[in-house]
Write a protein that binds this ligand. Structure first.
Ligand SMILES: [Zn+2]
Length: 232
């Protein structure tokens, strides 16, 4: 990891800590009445990160989301699908969290989680008991600062992604037609590439491709980060 990136990631963790204080403080000052219409609060942190807090007291749970203004339209020809592959790799662990452990810990907290990739954005979320919000914020901060994957994990995961393409696109005439239509209509636009990627690109993908993409598109400047927290 380049030094500049390390510094910025460290700064990101610091911001995350202050972010939690901010959210916790805001929640404690919110009106308790369920009749009061929720007030959506929006902040822009010094690093450019936007934070949105939407109170919702219908259930004692919180939804914690991280959105990035990066998606498949940021890819280049020959590496289609890389944003989505990177989304999968974000579950492959850090030096302190082994592969798969992120999901196990969220489940152990009584929560559920997932992620999604679109043409213009990528998102990660967890729904957890409200009093465990800090735990998932720490998990999310850790993987965005220290995500790593051994080549063996990459080789396994790229097969999962290929299977996802077969299941959702190649086995579906409607999806195949939509894919061909997009490729024909968006002649000179990055939207012509399928989010899951062309199979030939997935076949050719290697781990360094993803490292390069993650630093080109998903690393700082921090204004690319976007937090949304719904606090009950
Ligand atoms: Zn997927």
């Amino acid at each position: 990891m380049p030094n500049q990136m390390k510094r910025q990631m460290k700064r990101f963790s610091t911001y995350l800590a202050s972010l939690f204080c901010l959210v916790a403080g805001l929640a404690s000052s919110l009106p308790a009445s369920a009749q009061t219409p929720p007030t959506v609060e929006q902040f822009t942190l010094a690093n450019g990160m936007t934070l949105i807090v939407k109170p919702d007291r219908r259930a004692p749970t919180a939804v914690h989301m991280l959105w990035l203004r990066v998606g498949s339209m940021d890819e280049v020809d020959g590496a289609s699908g890389v944003a989505h592959v990177l989304e999968h790799l974000m579950f492959k662990g850090t030096p302190t969290i082994p592969a798969g452990e992120f999901s196990r810990r969220v489940a152990a907290l009584g929560g559920r989680e997932n992620a999604f990739t679109a043409k213009d954005y990528t998102g990660y979320y967890q729904q957890i008991p409200a009093n465990r919000l800090e735990d998932v914020m720490m998990l999310e901060a850790d993987r965005f600062a220290h995500n790593q994957w051994p080549d063996e994990e990459f080789k396994k995961e790229i097969e999962v992604v290929k299977e996802e393409r077969r299941l959702r696109t190649e086995d579906s005439p409607r999806a195949l037609m939509n894919e061909a239509l997009n490729a024909a209509v968006f002649v000179a636009s990055p939207y012509r590439r399928p989010i899951v990627g062309w199979m030939s690109d997935l076949q050719a993908m290697t781990p360094p491709t993803h490292v390069n993409f993650s630093c080109a598109g998903m690393c700082p400047p921090m204004r690319q980060w976007w937090w949304l927290v719904m606090w009950t």
